[in-house]
Design a protein around this ligand. Structure first.
Ligand code: ADP
Length: 411
């Protein structure tokens, strides 16, 4: 075996660490004795390496000029089949062309390459090796041969792969369990929320029917009242059903945006006008800030949903207090903010606020499912926008939505 050791520590002018060659540094030796000792040392290293590692030499073109017994053994070829060939004969097809390019770039630059490499033996068995490839440079600094020293790490890699697979399958099981838990929670919240308005609707209609069946003349103002409250309940029901449809659509990745150019200022003003009755019932004065048109390309009905969700929450959690709505923008983005002076949101709830079904304790006494903000955030994200909130308990909350004016949506 042909080896040129490199210096590893303090040594003589040849780079050989004298003290390591079994010579007594207090004595004087002839050059011949030095050489003999160095040669012995090299033979020892060669033996140790041959016993422990898979070793090969190639010339500057990558043609194999030496392969030790372990090398032949590992890849199942006899030496004559190997010598004169290149390492290509062991390629497993696992690594990319870039991988080999970067390996060659490193060693042809005269630098040592270290890494894990997967090779295929003659009988098709694949082996992982940790390889160190050392270029040997001539006097002009160009590599004239390469030494590769490998350690078989197949067992280690297989154990690692088994471990990763196990983690992945555990992750999959956990994700499936989570999905089932969310679905169960969804079904129970939905059933509960649908049942309440449905029951009250049913009772009112049954009473009306019973009275009319008994021949009682029903005053028209009572009919009006029942009709009005039935309308409120059916609106709530259809809102809930829409939310549920949205949740399953979004969860299945089927939220499709229909983009069109619109003025956010105008849209928000129209929605405020439409909510005037709800605002009156909630006893909320509304102040609108910003008159200039703010144009952008968005999905009209989805942006309406965002505005309505935020305004509904402001009325619900800030009943009897004023609400401020502002739209501002420039050529790049539009910002909508909805501020209320209601119950506010505790600091420790800020991270879960936009998750499904999450509601603060203080919100428990108000009707709701904990889905509105999750849907709102999904819509804003699909527009490549952002939603933020600032809040203080008992002082109020400000929700701010930022939408890029001209982005293509995430679909
Ligand atoms: P819902 O209002 O149906 O419970 P949301 O998803 O709209 O569901 O809101 C989630 C939770 O966030 C609410 O239950 C409430 O605890 C809190 N929240 C949302 N908006 C406000 C607000 N403007 N003021 C105070 N708390 C709010």
């Amino acid at each position: 075996m042909n080896m040129n050791p490199t210096s590893t520590g303090p040594g003589d002018r040849h780079g050989f660490p004298i003290g390591h060659f079994g010579l007594d540094s207090s004595k004087t030796y002839s050059v011949g004795e030095h050489l003999k000792s160095a040669r012995k040392r090299l033979e020892d290293i060669e033996l140790a390496l041959d016993q422990t590692s898979v070793v090969a030499f190639t010339d500057a073109n990558g043609v194999i000029t030496y392969a030790n017994d372990k090398f032949c053994e590992l890849y199942g070829y006899n030496r004559t089949e190997i010598l004169g060939n290149t390492h290509r004969m062991f390629k497993s097809g696992y690594h990319s062309a870039e991988f080999y390019k970067s390996l060659w770039d490193t060693i042809t630059r005269g630098q040592i390459w270290r890494g894990e490499i997967k090779n295929r033996a003659k009988n098709g068995t694949e082996y992982w090796a940790f390889a160190t490839i050392v270029p040997f440079l001539d006097l002009t600094g160009n590599p004239y041969q390469y030494l590769s020293i490998r350690t078989d790490i197949t067992a280690l890699k297989e154990a690692e792969e088994r471990r990763i697979q196990l983690v992945h399958s555990e992750d999959r099981i956990r994700a499936a369990e989570e999905a089932i838990a969310i679905r169960d929670q969804f079904v129970s919240v939905a059933a509960h929320e649908l049942k309440t308005p449905l029951t009250s609707l049913q009772i009112r209609l049954e009473l009306l029917l019973r009275d009319s069946q008994h021949g009682a003349s029903i005053p028209s103002d009572r009919i009006m009242k029942v009709a009005e409250s039935s309308l409120v309940q059916t609106r709530r029901l259809s809102g809930l059903i829409n939310d549920m449809l949205d949740v399953s659509r979004i969860s299945a990745g089927k939220l499709k945006l229909e983009m069109s150019r619109l003025d956010l200022t105008l849209l928000v003003r129209e929605l405020i006008a439409e909510c005037s009755e709800d605002l009156r019932v909630a006893e909320c004065e509304i102040a609108y800030i910003g008159n200039a048109p703010v144009w952008g390309v968005w999905d009209r009905s989805r942006i309406e949903q965002v505005v309505i969700n935020l305004m509904t929450n402001a009325m619900k959690y800030g009943r009897g207090k004023p609400i401020e709505v502002e739209v501002r923008g420039d050529a790049l983005k539009a910002t909508l903010s909805v501020r209320d002076y209601g119950i506010g949101i505790p600091e420790d709830f800020m991270n879960t606020l936009f998750e499904r079904f999450e509601r603060t304790e203080a919100a428990e006494k108000f009707k709701g499912t904990g889905l509105g903000l999750w849907i709102t955030k999904q819509i804003v994200t699909a527009h490549r926008g952002e939603i933020r909130v600032r809040s203080r308990v008992n002082e109020g909350s400000t929700f701010e939505v930022e939408l890029p004016s001209q982005q293509s949506p995430i679909v």
